[in-house]
Ligand binder design. Structure first.
Ligand code: URA
Length: 434
C-alpha cells in the first residue's frame, strides 16, 4: 500500500477499507508514516468526512495499537469525556465526586486541542502530577483508591496520543470521525462499561451547531453499542466559556472551589448533571434525583475534595496545592478590564477567549510546545449579567511578554454588550443515549 494513494483517495472523496485504515494508523503509530502525510490525511478527513463504517474501523484500529484493559474485577467502571470546550474543567470536579460515592472512575484524558483546554495540561499545573501511568500503575491505583486520571501511554491507545498532538497543531480537529474515534478509542482501551459524554455545542466547541453535535453524539453512541458500552451524551452550551476561569492552574483552582461548594453556577450544574448520570449508569443510584443528592452530599461533606487530594497524591502531585490553591502557579501580571458604560453582557465569544488563552501560552501553537500553566483569563461577568460602568468584567493573567497585549485586546473584543436586559444562556440543550 502507498500512503500517498490513500491520502489522495480521501482527498477526492473516496472510501478506505478497514485494512487501509489499519495500515495508516499502525504506520503512523510506529513512526513509519511521517507527520506531513498523516496531517494531509487528517485534513482530507476534515473536508471529506468518513462514513460510519470507516469511523468504526478507524476507532478499532486505534484501540488495537495498544492494550485493551479488562476492568470487570472492579465492578462497573464508568467514564466521562467532553468533546472539548473553553473553560471546561468539569472532569476535575466530577471524577473525584463520583469516586467518593463509591463508583470507580478510570479515565484517560487528553491535552489541550486547538483553542480548547485539556485535562492533562490542567492537572500538570499541580507540581509533580504524573499523567503517564503504565498499565500496571493504572490498575493498581484503581484498585487502591478507585480513581485514575491519566493520559494515553505506549500501552493505552498510543495512536490517539500521536494523532491528537498532530491534529492540535494542524487545524485538523473538527471532523466528526476524528473526534469520535479519538474519544471512543480511549474509552474502549481503558475498559469502561459505560460512558457519559458531554458534547459541546457553540462557538467554543468543535461542533458549532446542534445538527453536527447530534451527529457526533449518534456516532459515538453507535461505536459504544458495537463495543458493548452504554453511552449517554449530554449536549451542552459552549457559546460562552464554562465557569469563570480559562487557563490551566486557574481552572484547577475553580474545580477545587467547586468541590468546596463554591463553584460558579453553570459549572456546578454540569458537575451535578454528569456526576448523577455516571452514578445512574454505574448502578449507584435508583433515579436521577437520588443520584444528584449523592453528588450534593459528596460536595457538602468534603469527600469529593478529599478524593481529589488522594488522587493527586497517588499520581505524584503536591497535595498541598489542593488544600491551598494559592500555591498553584500564578502569573506575575494581572490586567483587569473595566466596563466603559453600564450594560448587559450580550455575548462572550468562547472561541476568541480560547484563542486568547493560547496566545497567553496556556495552549500550544505548535506540536510539543511547552505550556505556561500560570496564564489565562478570569471572567467576572457571564452572558446576561449587568455590569456597572467602571466595574471589572474580566482579568487577564499574563507573563508580561510584549505579545500579551494582543491577547488582552482579544479578550476585550470577545465581549459584546447590550443596553437592554439579556437572558442568561440555556446550558443543557439535549440528550442522546444508547
Ligand atoms: N477529546 C478527545 O479526546 N479527542 C478529540 O478529538 C476531541 C476531544
Amino acid at each position: 500500500m502507498r500512503t500517498v494513494e490513500l491520502v489522495e483517495r480521501k482527498r477526492d472523496g473516496g472510501r478506505l477499507t478497514a485494512d487501509e485504515i489499519t495500515f495508516l494508523v499502525d504506520g503512523y503509530t510506529k513512526d513509519e508514516i511521517p507527520d506531513y502525510q498523516m496531517a494531509a490525511f487528517c485534513m482530507a478527513v476534515v473536508w471529506r468526512g468518513m462514513d460510519m463504517r470507516e469511523t468504526a474501523d478507524l476507532t478499532a484500529a486505534m484501540v488495537a495499537t495498544g492494550e485493551h484493559l479488562d476492568l470487570r474485577r472492579f465492578g462497573p467502571v464508568v467514564d466521562k469525556h467532553s468533546t472539548g470546550g473553553v473553560g471546561d474543567k468539569t472532569t476535575l470536579a466530577v471524577a473525584p465526586l463520583v469516586a467518593a460515592c463509591g463508583l470507580p472512575v478510570a479515565k484517560m484524558s487528553g491535552r489541550g486541542l486547538g483553542f480548547s483546554g485539556g485535562t492533562l495540561d490542567k492537572l500538570e499545573s499541580i507540581a509533580g502530577y504524573r499523567v503517564d501511568l503504565s498499565t500496571k500503575e493504572f490498575l493498581a491505583q484503581l484498585g487502591r483508591i478507585g480513581i485514575v486520571l491519566t493520559g494515553q501511554t505506549a500501552d493505552l491507545a498510543p495512536a490517539d496520543g500521536k494523532l491528537y498532538a498532530l491534529r492540535d497543531t494542524t487545524g485538523t480537529v473538527p471532523a466528526i470521525a476524528l473526534i469520535a474515534s479519538s474519544i471512543m478509542s480511549k474509552k474502549i482501551a481503558a475498559g469502561a462499561n459505560a460512558v457519559v459524554l458531554d458534547v459541546k455545542v457553540g462557538s467554543g466547541a468543535f461542533m458549532k451547531g446542534l445538527p453536527s453535535a447530534k451527529l457526533l453524539a449518534r456516532t459515538m453512541v453507535a461505536i459504544g453499542r458495537a463495543h458493548g458500552i452504554a453511552v449517554t451524551c449530554e449536549l451542552t452550551d459552549m457559546d460562552q466559556p464554562l465557569g469563570c476561569a480559562v487557563g490551566n492552574s486557574l481552572e484547577v483552582a475553580e474545580a477545587i472551589a467547586t468541590l468546596r461548594g463554591e463553584g460558579p453556577p453553570d459549572l456546578v450544574a454540569l458537575t451535578r448533571l454528569a456526576g448523577a448520570e455516571m452514578l445512574l449508569l454505574g448502578g449507584k443510584a435508583r433515579d436521577r434525583q437520588a443520584a444528584r443528592r449523592r453528588i450534593d452530599g459528596a460536595i457538602a461533606d468534603g469527600s469529593g475534595l478529599a478524593k481529589l487530594r488522594e488522587l493527586v497524591e497517588a499520581q505524584g502531585g503536591d497535595p498541598r496545592m489542593v488544600d491551598d490553591p494559592g500555591r498553584l502557579p500564578r502569573a506575575p501580571h494581572v490586567e483587569t478590564l473595566h466596563a466603559t458604560s453600564t450594560a448587559y453582557v450580550k455575548r462572550i465569544a468562547a472561541d476568541e477567549i480560547g484563542a486568547a488563552s493560547v496566545l497567553l501560552g496556556a495552549g500550544r501553537e505548535t506540536k510539543g510546545d511547552p505550556i505556561d500553566h500560570r496564564t489565562g483569563i478570569v471572567l467576572h461577568a457571564k452572558v446576561g449579567a449587568r455590569v456597572e460602568r467602571g466595574a471589572a468584567f474580566a482579568e487577564v493573567h499574563h507573563a508580561g511578554r510584549p505579545a500579551d497585549s494582543l491577547a488582552i485586546a482579544q479578550v476585550r473584543a470577545a465581549f459584546a454588550w447590550s443596553t437592554m436586559p439579556v437572558a442568561p444562556r440555556k446550558l443543557v440543550l439535549g440528550r442522546i443515549a444508547s
